[in-house]
Design a protein around this ligand. Structure first.
Ligand code: PMP
Ligand code: GLU
Length: 400
C-alpha cells in the first residue's frame, strides 16, 4: 500500500508534538549510552503521592475495573464541583463536568464540539504546542497573537480586540502558561473580559492545568470574572498538580450545552476515563492539597536555581516566570554563530546543538509559536539542573 495515498490529508498536515518528539530524541540518545539531561518534557519528576496510589489499589481490589459513565464517576464530578466552588468561585452542577483521559482530550473535545470549517480560534503565543494542531484538525483557522519577552510573553486587551472578528469562535490560553510560565493577573483578565463583552459569541477555553504551580499570586479562574461564567470552559486535570501524568485524567467545567456536546464526542471516541484513576482522583482532590503545595515549593526553588545559573551565561535573555515549571528563554543573540561544526540559525538549531553538544534536551520555541526562544522544563533534580546549565554554558562558549 502507498502510505501517501492512505494517510488522510488532515493527518499528513498535522505536526507531531514537538515536546514528545524532543523527549524521544533525548531518550534515543540516552539509549546509546550518552548521559543526557532531558529538560524537554513537561512532566513533574515527582512520584504520585502514596495515598493516591493506595486509593487506586483499593479500587482495583474492590473490583472497580469496569466501564465508567462517559462524563466520569458521579462522586468524582461532585468532588470537582466542590473544588471549583471553594477554590475557584466557579458554580457548576455535576452535569456540567466532563472528566476525560487528560486535559489534552478535554481541549480536543471542545474543539471538535464547537469548530466549523473556517471558524477562527485565537491563540495567545507563545501557546502550548497541541492547541494549534487540535484547532486545525477540527477545521478551524488559528489566529495567533504574538508577544515576546518584553511583555513577559503576555497579550493585552487592546491587542486582543484588534484580532477579534465576527468569525472568532474560541479564545484558548493557559495561565499559568505552558511554555512561558507567565501568569495573568486579575487586572489583566478583567481587561480581557471587558473586551470580550463586545463579542458575546466567543467561548473562552481557560486552561488552568498549572493552577497549583503558581509562585506569586493566588490563582484567578477566568470563568469567575463577572459575565464570563456562562461563556468559559475551564480546563484542569491531575497530571501537573498531583504528579499524575500517566493516570490520564483531566476535566472540563463549562456551560451545559458544551458539556453535553463534549460528552457526545467523548462517548464516540474513548468513553469514560479509567475507573481506578477516577477513584484515586477523588482522594487526590479531597486530601492532596498539602502534597501539591510541597511540590510547588520545590518547583519555585528549582526555578530560582536554574535562573541563577542561566544568568551566568552571556547572551541569554531571561525573564522571571511566575508559575508552571518552564523557563522560556530568548536565544536569538546566538543566531548566526558557529562552533566550527554547525551554525545556529534559529531556535530549532539551538535546541539541536544543545542536544548534540551539551547533551541537554530542550524544546525549540517554534512549536510554541515563538522562533526566538527555547523551552527548558525544570521538573528535574537540583543536581541535574546545575549540570545542565554548566553544560549549556560550556557548549555555548564555543559559538562565535
Ligand atoms: N494543557 C497544557 C497547557 C499542558 O501543558 C498539558 C501538558 N500535558 C496539557 C494541557 C495536557 O495535560 P494532560 O496530561 O492532562 O493531558
Ligand atoms: N504538556 C507537556 C509538555 O508540554 C507534556 C507533553 C505533551 O503532552 O505534549 O511537555
Amino acid at each position: 500500500m502507498n502510505p501517501n495515498i492512505m494517510i488522510s490529508k488532515k493527518v499528513s498536515e498535522m505536526e507531531e508534538s514537538a515536546t514528545i518528539r524532543m523527549a524521544q530524541k533525548s531518550r534515543d540518545l540516552a539509549s546509546k549510552g550518552v548521559s543526557v539531561i532531558s529538560l524537554s518534557l513537561g512532566e513533574p519528576d515527582f512520584d504520585t503521592p502514596n495515598f493516591i496510589k493506595e486509593a487506586a489499589y483499593d479500587a482495583l481490589k474492590h473490583g472497580n475495573t469496569k466501564y465508567t459513565p462517559v462524563p466520569g464517576l458521579m462522586e468524582l464530578r461532585k468532588a470537582i464541583c466542590q473544588k471549583f466552588l471553594t477554590e475557584n468561585n466557579l458554580h457548576f452542577s455535576p452535569s456540567q463536568i466532563v472528566v476525560s483521559n487528560g486535559a489534552k482530550q478535554s481541549i480536543f473535545n471542545i474543539c471538535m464540539a464547537t469548530i466549523n470549517p473556517g471558524d477562527e480560534v485565537i491563540l495567545l503565543a507563545p501557546y502550548w504546542v497541541s492547541y494549534i494542531e487540535i484547532v486545525k484538525f477540527a477545521g478551524g483557522v488559528p489566529i495567533v497573537i504574538k508577544s515576546d519577552i518584553s511583555t513577559n510573553f503576555k497579550t493585552n486587551a487592546d491587542e486582543l480586540r484588534s484580532f477579534l472578528t465576527e468569525k472568532t469562535k474560541l479564545l484558548i490560553f493557559s495561565s499559568p502558561c505552558n511554555p512561558t510560565g507567565s501568569v495573568y493577573g486579575i487586572d489583566e483578565l478583567n481587561e480581557i473580559a471587558e473586551v470580550l463583552k463586545e463579542f458575546p459569541n466567543v467561548l473562552v477555553v481557560s486552561d488552568e492545568i498549572y493552577e497549583y504551580i503558581n509562585f506569586s499570586s493566588s490563582h484567578v479562574s477566568f470563568g469567575a470574572i463577572e459575565g464570563m461564567d456562562d461563556r468559559t470552559a475551564t480546563i484542569n486535570g491531575f497530571s501537573k498538580g498531583y504528579a499524575m501524568t500517566g493516570w490520564r485524567l483531566g476535566y472540563m467545567g463549562g456551560p451545559q450545552w458544551l458539556a453535553d456536546a463534549c460528552n457526545k464526542v467523548q462517548g464516540q471516541v474513548t468513553s469514560g476515563a479509567a475507573s481506578f484513576s477516577q477513584e484515586a482522583a477523588i482522594h487526590a482532590l479531597k486530601n492532596g492539597k498539602e502534597e501539591a503545595e510541597k511540590m510547588c515549593v520545590a518547583f519555585k526553588q528549582r526555578r530560582d536555581l536554574l535562573l541563577s545559573k542561566l544568568h551566568e551565561i552571556p547572551g541569554l535573555k531571561l525573564n522571571r516566570p511566575e508559575g508552571a515549571f518552564y523557563i522560556f528563554m530568548d536565544v536569538s543573540s546566538y543566531f548566526g554563530k558557529s562552533d566550527g561544526k554547525q551554525v545556529i540559525n534559529n531556535a530549532d538549531d539551538f535546541a539541536e546543538a544543545m542536544l548534540t553538544e551539551a547533551h541537554v534536551g530542550m524544546v525549540s520555541g517554534g512549536a510554541f509559536g515563538d522562533d526566538q526562544c527555547v523551552r527548558l522544563s525544570y521538573a528535574a533534580s537540583d543536581e541535574q539542573l546545575k549540570m545542565a546549565a554548566q553544560r549549556i554554558k560550556e557548549a555555548l562558549s564555543k559559538f562565535h
